[in-house]
Design a protein around this ligand. Structure first.
Ligand SMILES: C[S@@+](CC[C@H](N)C(=O)[O-])C[C@H]1O[C@@H](n2cnc3c(N)ncnc32)[C@H](O)[C@@H]1O
Length: 177
């Protein structure tokens, strides 16, 4: 796509620190803007699974990324995270999400357990919040602390950090080797 991505998506792409060969899962990927930005950066076995539970959202992801789907770089999945199978080889080196709130609403434990199961050993989890300047921490809510507390309660995740020092709030974790 030649159109410029929204600022909150443009900001998160470099923070993914991609080599391009990762197996990536984007949770809540509609309308597919981040996928469209990442697609051209992929090489080798690099692949993105774009997951969203919204039928309309999934249609938009497909419309925006049809060439990447046809090239085998992107798979679009219409499903709720908690129903996704984590049976190998469906394991990801990187899972990320932008502005998905399931980590402080019910059923947050089920969602985080699902993410942890889907991460490969040593895999990275990156959660981003905010749409514009001064929006990163969410509207009056300490989003970073809420999300980090949920991640820290998951035994499979380690190295949970919060970076709220810019327009984008980032909460990171790793899965132990
Ligand atoms: C607020 S939108 C964010 C869209 C985009 N990531 C962005 O930052 O502009 C949240 C998206 O996450 C999806 N979503 C929320 N919870 C989900 C879940 N448990 N499984 C799959 N998709 C989910 C919603 O359908 C929606 O499309």
């Amino acid at each position: 796509m030649s159109e410029r991505p929204p600022a909150h998506i443009a900001r998160l792409i470099p923070r993914l620190e991609l080599t391009g060969t990762e197996r990536i899962l984007e949770l809540g990927a509609a309308p597919g803007v981040a996928v469209a930005e990442i697609g051209p950066l992929l090489s080798g076995d690099g692949h993105v699974t774009a997951l969203d539970r919204s039928a309309t959202g999934v249609r938009r992801i497909r419309e925006r990324n049809q060439a990447l789907v046809d090239a085998g770089r992107v798979t679009v999945v219409e499903q709720d995270l908690t129903t996704l199978s984590a049976t190998p080889p469906q394991r990801f080196d990187l899972i990320f999400a932008s502005n998905v709130n399931v980590f402080w609403t019910h059923p947050r434990k089920a969602n985080v357990d699902a993410l942890a199961a889907l991460l490969a050993p040593g895999g990275r989890l990156r959660l981003f919040y905010g749409y514009g300047p001064d929006d990163g921490a969410g509207s009056g809510r300490d989003t970073g602390s809420l999300v980090a507390a949920t991640l820290r309660a998951c035994a499979a995740l380690t190295a949970v950090t919060i970076d709220g020092g810019s327009a984008t709030l980032q909460v990171s974790a790793e899965k132990a080797d």
